[in-house]
Design a protein around this ligand. Structure first.
Ligand code: GLC
Length: 529
């Protein structure tokens, strides 16, 4: 289909480069490793990969603190290796998205080193500097998401700089046109190299209230992030203008796309799509907070589907590098595997671009990371339980030492079940979750209703979520049983032509009306009519 757009009709796979594949035995994943594993992704059938930051970085926040936007950190490789990866991915029909971090740089970025050198440095205004209030207090009550006040004192110049995250991550001042120009230059640098698009980090924070007013207290006032309503330090209306200019830049190239990370309610997230003139996609994070519940899932699907403007397109995300893996969040002593299979159906058969997080196709759970092996700074700046290391443990490729991920000592410990839950073992088992993901991806690709169709919720018994997708003459019925006993979705009679059922090895019913789902089973049925 010539009008097939990869970012809209395809599936995106997130790679956390430190943890995907280590090509040089130093225990940390790298670009050569990713390149060596592209065949896995081609076999799975994904349309694009998004690489979490690969740029030079002191790694205070593992790459989300960038010290040079136009190069590759030596731990991952170099620009030549990147070009080779891009060419090899493109040769397999796989697009490549990079992770652009516009809100802040590293405190080691030359821009910030200059900015902090003196109050009169030409780059002073590239960041957000303020005098302390009389008595030395910070200029306002804003707090950093990663702990402490959002204002970092700088004894050398007697001012404070704004930092929404770690003190090593000073916020850029996008209201300075030179900053905007420099950052557009960064986008062009990668677009000219052939990169297909960007995941944009915390885009809802690049402009704040110019008057820097205090945030009001939340319903649970307190010193931390949750103690305030974030009305002045994020989601400023001016961000939409910045986004329209970013979109115009991307539109100057062929089929490039941007997906934004926006930590707001779904209705607000959808506004970042503009009228088709801002982001191509904005992450729908609603499911990251949801419990395993048919009604809650149905509500979130319908809500975002309705919130997205006609010119926009929805998406779904269950896991990423910031939140415990969904197979852990929705785990269950007996039905954990069945739930992971049913979740794959929701992700891949609802309306919107699915984002997969590496290893979810194996049902990877969070790894146990003992205190002495913790690496994520949030364990120190926030709380030991806030560490994101568990969802970042390395990919399980095989039962070989190091899980086939590394010949060295992995930078984070492997999750306990790596010897049995790995790519090699699941490829050998036709009934595995890995094969289910592959089957669902293939079904999407050959079923226009699943790639493009409208979403219409269908009435279903309690505990069952059911919907229809329809596009032209293509029609699909989807049912997910969240309950721990058998339920019948109660579809009207319709001849089943194609489909996927999470029950391994089962043949599809001839008539959709006959479908009965076991505990936490799900099915997608392409039907006549
Ligand atoms: C985003 C990233 C997260 C990072 C933060 C600060 O939320 O996903 O990993 O720590 O931004 O850049």
């Amino acid at each position: 289909m010539s009008d097939r757009l990869w970012w809209k009709h395809g599936v995106v796979y997130q790679i956390y480069p430190r943890s995907f594949m280590d090509g040089n035995g130093d225990g940390v994943g790298d670009l050569a490793g990713i390149r060596a594993r592209l065949d896995h992704l081609a076999w799975l059938g994904v349309d694009a990969i998004w690489l979490s930051p690969i740029f030079p970085s002191p790694m205070a926040d593992f790459g989300y603190d960038v010290s040079d936007y136009c190069d590759v950190d030596p731990v991952f490789g170099d620009l030549t290796e990147f070009d080779a990866l891009l060419a090899d991915a493109h040769a397999r029909g796989i697009r490549v998205m990079l992770d652009w971090v516009p809100n802040h740089t590293s405190d080691q970025h030359p821009w910030f080193r200059e900015s902090r050198a003196s109050r009169t440095n030409p780059r002073r205004d590239w960041y957000v500097w303020r005098d302390p209030n009389p008595g030395g207090a910070p200029p306002n009550n804003w707090v950093a998401m990663f702990g402490g006040p959002a204002w970092q004192p700088d004894p050398a110049t007697g001012q404070l700089y704004l930092r929404s995250f770690l003190k090593e991550q000073p916020d850029l001042n996008w209201r300075n046109p030179e900053v905007e120009r420099a950052m557009h230059g960064v986008l062009r640098f990668w677009l000219e190299r052939g990169v297909d698009g960007f995941r944009i980090d915390v885009i809802h924070r690049i402009a704040k209230d110019p008057a820097m007013r205090d945030n009001p207290p939340s319903e649970r006032p307190g010193p931390g992030w949750g103690g305030q309503l974030h009305v002045h330090d994020e989601n400023h209306a001016d961000i939409h203008g910045f986004l329209r200019r970013i979109r115009a830049l991307l539109d100057g190239y062929d089929e490039r796309a941007a997906v934004g990370e926006i930590g707001l309610a779904p209705e607000q997230v959808a506004t970042y799509l503009g009228r088709g003139d801002e982001l191509h996609l904005a992450f729908n994070f609603a499911f990251l907070r949801q419990r395993w519940d048919a009604e809650a899932f149905g509500r979130e699907l319908a809500l975002f589907d309705a919130a997205v403007p006609a010119e926009g397109w929805p998406d779904l995300v269950f896991s990423n590098h910031d939140i415990p893996r969904h197979a852990t969040r929705w785990d269950h002593p007996q039905l954990g595997e069945a739930r992971a299979r049913a979740a794959a159906v929701v992700l891949l058969a609802a309306r919107g671009t699915p984002f997969l997080y590496f290893g979810e196709e194996l049902g990877m759970r969070n790894g146990e990371v003992p205190p002495e092996r913790r690496r994520d700074p949030l364990a120190w700046t926030l709380h030991p339980n806030a560490s994101r290391d568990g969802e970042r443990t390395p990919m399980h490729w095989s039962a070989a030492p190091g899980a086939g991920f590394t010949t060295g000592e992995p930078w984070l410990p492997l999750a306990a079940d790596w010897r049995t839950r790995n790519v090699e073992a699941q490829r050998a088992d036709r009934g595995s979750l890995l094969w289910l993901y592959r089957d669902l991806l293939a079904l999407r690709r050959r079923t226009p209703a699943l790639e493009r169709g409208v979403f219409r919720p269908l009435p279903a018994p309690a505990g069952v979520l059911a919907w229809e997708r329809r596009h032209g003459g293509s029609r699909a019925l989807v049912a997910v049983n969240f309950a721990d006993d058998e339920r019948k979705p109660g579809f009207a009679a319709a001849a089943v032509r194609d489909g996927v059922w999470t029950r391994a090895g089962a043949s599809l019913p001839g008539d959709a009306g006959q479908l009965a789902l076991g505990p936490c089973e799900a099915a997608v049925l392409a039907v006549d009519g």
